[in-house]
Design a protein around this ligand. Sequence first.
Ligand code: DAH
Length: 332
Amino acid sequence: MIEELTHIEVEARDLINGATDLDTLKAVDADLLGRSAPLTAFKKDIGKLAPEDRKDAGQALNRVRTAVQEAIEVRRNELEAAQRAHQLEDERLDLSEVLTRPQLGHLHITTQTWQLLEDVFVGMGFTVSEGPEIESEWYNFGSLNFPPDHPARDMYDTLYVEYGEPGSTLLRTHTSPVQMRVMENEEPPIYTIAPGRVFRQDTADATHMPVFHQIEGLVVDRGITLGDLAGTIEAFTTAYFGGSFTSRLRPSYFPFTEPSAEFDILMPNGEWLELGGCGMVHPSVLGHGGLDPEEWSGFAFGFGLDRLALMKFGVDDLRELWSNDVRFLRQF
Ligand code: DAH
């Protein structure tokens, strides 16, 4: 009988360790220790043994039962731990996305160009001025020597705003009205630039947009000459584009400057790039700004900013700047 018990114990351990989940283990438990289990039956059999054998058989039976119970307990703990680990793994939330940094954007290339231009002029001692985008006819035209019905107004496809007298209020067509606002509000010497948005009634194409950007420059001081204007344009050209670039002035016409010129940049590839207009501030414009033209003289210039952004970043269509397509913007 003791031999048989030993055999049962060995088999029982195999069954217990072979159980790979708790349900199987429960069934094994019932088979080994339940009512109809051989170990249970042995208990009854002990009564049939000779009295002197009962003690040993009883002890052996108890030892095996206990061993089997313990083995089941150990295995149950193992399986429960495994099940918990499995459950934890299943319920694990992947939070790694939260830990990765959100994508950072960057300034638009027009803004980058704008800031770079400001930096160059601030480096040359200029301040930065601002004016309103919705302007009066006086600041945009009248004060700048464009009399009503003057043909030069036709150069600007003006967008008027329904406000006040018809034709009295408009979206500024250039940054030049800021010249007047600065002269009214500041005492010379004035060395300032005014970058900003301007508006014209234009159909969008590769080189035109109804909204674009200009940067205006105004210098008013004693004894300012055309030489100062040419020198400033040249200093700007080499500071912004680099030493291999140079500039030239060509005679032109603007009502608010006399003489007036257009300035071009000579690029290292030998091509001239038309950049903007400039000239000596017209005496009557100084007068409109409250300055005595006998005492003060000055020069002004203005040019488009968007084309510089295109050049700098190698983009060939102005409309791209407004497309707001992150795949395009992300490249810069
Ligand atoms: N405002 C002019 C335009 O938009 C450009 C310009 C020409 C500005 C001559 C100036 C200047 O300051 O002196 O066409």
